[in-house]
Write a protein that binds this ligand. Structure first.
Ligand SMILES: *Cc1c(COP(=O)(O)O)cnc(C)c1O
Length: 370
């Protein structure tokens, strides 16, 4: 197989091209397409842009190849998660979600699905999924590994086997890893969902998401839901994300290098506790993460004494933005308790950018008084 860098640059390219064709195609901005004469019944893929768009197809081909299954693009990670939650649950057909996963997915399940009669149950990412599946008998199991922001992991292959034995569909939120870092479909999951707002597009200038499926029937269900639900991605955002994807391999490599250097240094810094990065050999997540992750990434967490200590750190640093979201070019710190995550007040999720490692290390450790 070709390497990650090559696949990111050339992914989804299969069309023969003629002399004079643009090497880089732009976004196709149209709401409607020429249909031909009424008797020409087969109008092809493109007739109205809620159903399909050539720029989507380019993005979906590239990301679907990386994920290992056909892909459907959505206007945000939450739109992708909402499509899966709505399409694969129903009254009496419940969902089992990580209790420590992305908090808006929990809000969606509790506030929008439960009132429709969808049983909503939770299990901690590092908890006992087999027992929770046996107890709740969900129609859909959603995993997030490593979890955001705790960076706990669960065994995708083992949970998928338990879920399948109980007749459930398994979806994995692969946002933190990207398709280069982890391949949930190859590990046995039925669906991958992701927020491409983060590392996949990688420049912090758009929102986007996608769902990839192992089973073509599931894929068609997701696509039908998108067309009927109407939550569709803009061609401009999709094109920008495709542009960003070309450098994912390079960005991920630098982000992981920065995260490793910072995690090692943070553990030696007074006042910094509970440093977690799954790539560290003695991180509690490492042994399991290593069996199912292909590559590390730039997201780590650590805990300072309290919210005030985080505030002082942010005041002193010059290379770290105080911002939520992650996976971008610029290093960003987010004190997660401000969003209502059930974490200590001083817990910081740090998303390492692509700055030079030495500069970042000096700035961050200096700002922490180390
Ligand atoms: C950001 C994020 C989402 C939501 O994605 P949006 O693009 O913001 O809608 C879902 N899951 C995880 C793990 C995320 O980090």
């Amino acid at each position: 197989m070709l390497g990650d860098g090559t696949r990111c640059v050339r992914g989804g390219e299969h069309d023969a091209h003629a002399v004079g064709d643009p090497v880089h195609r732009g976004p196709v901005l149209t709401s409607t397409y020429h249909l031909g004469r009424p008797e020409e019944a087969d109008q092809g893929a493109d007739f109205y842009a809620r159903a399909d768009n050539p720029t989507w197809r380019e993005f979906e081909a590239a990301v679907g190849e990386l994920d290992g299954g056909p892909c459907t693009v959505f206007p945000s990670g939450m739109a992708a998660i909402a499509a899966v939650l709505r399409a694969f649950t129903g009254a009496g057909r419940g969902v089992l979600l990580p209790s420590d996963g992305y908090y808006v997915a929990r809000l969606l399940a509790d506030e929008e699905l439960a009132p429709l009669g969808v049983p909503v149950a939770y299990c901690a990412t590092a908890g006992d999924w087999a027992s929770a599946i046996a107890r709740h008998r969900p129609a859909l199991v959603m995993l997030e590994t490593p979890s955001n922001p705790g960076l706990e992991v669960c065994d995708v292959a083992a949970v998928a086997a338990a879920a399948h034995a109980a007749g459930a569909v398994v979806a994995v939120d692969n946002t933190t890893c990207t398709p280069l870092g982890q391949q949930p479909l190859a590990l046995g999951a039925d669906l991958v969902v992701a927020s491409d707002t983060k590392a996949l597009s990688g420049h912090g200038d758009l929102l986007l998401g996608h769902v990839s499926a192992a089973d073509p029937v599931h894929h068609e269900r997701v696509r039908a839901f998108r067309t009927r639900g109407g939550a569709i991605a803009g061609p401009m955002e999709t094109w920008l994300a495709l542009r960003g994807l070309g450098t994912l391999d390079l960005r991920l490599a630098r982000q992981a290098e920065n995260a490793r250097a910072l995690a090692v240094a943070l553990r030696e810094t007074p006042g910094v506790h509970d440093v977690r990065w799954p790539g560290l050999a003695d991180d509690p997540s490492h042994v399991l993460a290593r069996t199912q992750m292909r590559r590390w990434n730039g997201i780590l967490r650590f805990t300072l004494a309290d919210a005030h200590a985080v505030s002082e750190f942010l005041a002193r640093t010059t290379l770290v933005d105080s911002a939520t979201s992650f996976g971008g070019l610029r290093t960003a710190a987010d004190r997660r308790a401000r969003w209502g995550d059930a974490v200590p007040d001083g817990l910081v999720r740090l998303s390492c950018g692509v700055e030079d490692t030495g500069d970042l290390l000096a700035d961050v450790i200096g700002a922490l008084g180390g």
